[in-house]
Design a binder for this molecule. Sequence first.
Ligand code: SAH
Length: 245
Amino acid sequence: MRFTVLTLFPELISSYVSQGVIGRAVDAGLVDVQAVDIRDFTTDRYRTVDDVPFGGGAGMVLKPEPVAAAIESVGEVDHRVLLTPSGRPFSQADAVQWSHKKSVVLVCGRYEGIDDRIRQDFVDDAVSIGDYVLSGGELGALVVLDATLRLVPGVLGNAESARQESYSEGLLEHPHFTRPSEWRGRAVPDVLLSGHHARIDEWRRQKSLERTWALRRDLISRVSLTSEDKRFLAALEAGQGDEEN
Ligand code: SAH
């Protein structure tokens, strides 16, 4: 799986992908991340990438020519994606889908964004990473490539840890605890020390339901629930649940 990130700040990308889980996967040749400088595709002596907006108004707009030339320089790819706050929300389902692709191009804007003719004809998709405005697409590209690459087989040491997480099954994940079992007067839930795997699984499922119910009730309708889950949720509805924060 290869990501090619088109950006005015390639070091932001290369620095992140040299570290941690993604860094190890890149070193091992499991995945590839290329950062391409859009400025290298300018043709004037000042290497100009931006210009004033037609129609007036504040700020500058990224010119279409260098962005299109950068996209075309990448050649054959499976999917070309623009990062923009006015895109559809990026989700775990996209990460899963893209992790099976051979190559994805991510296009990062700066300033007021990129001339819209790029969105119209030079990309296949436009995604946002959330309802806020960043100063550039690089953090968005890193979010997208991190969420995607950790799903590529072999990237995470333990394949289980990707499967059971928040969102993989549509619910938020249960809480985690590690040693010491008692710390600053706070004890870890007894059931986790019991060694009783069925009870631990049941506790985790309930915590996951409880947390999702408290914080992201919108997710619950998309999950397939067992009759036991439904009984537990009915009890929460009846006002017997813990408060989450
Ligand atoms: N004027 C634009 C915002 C430009 S922000 C508007 O109101 O829509 C500059 C660049 O940052 C964008 O081109 C985009 O690539 C990136 N960006 C900002 N917020 C983002 C978000 N929530 N998701 C993805 N990319 C974002």
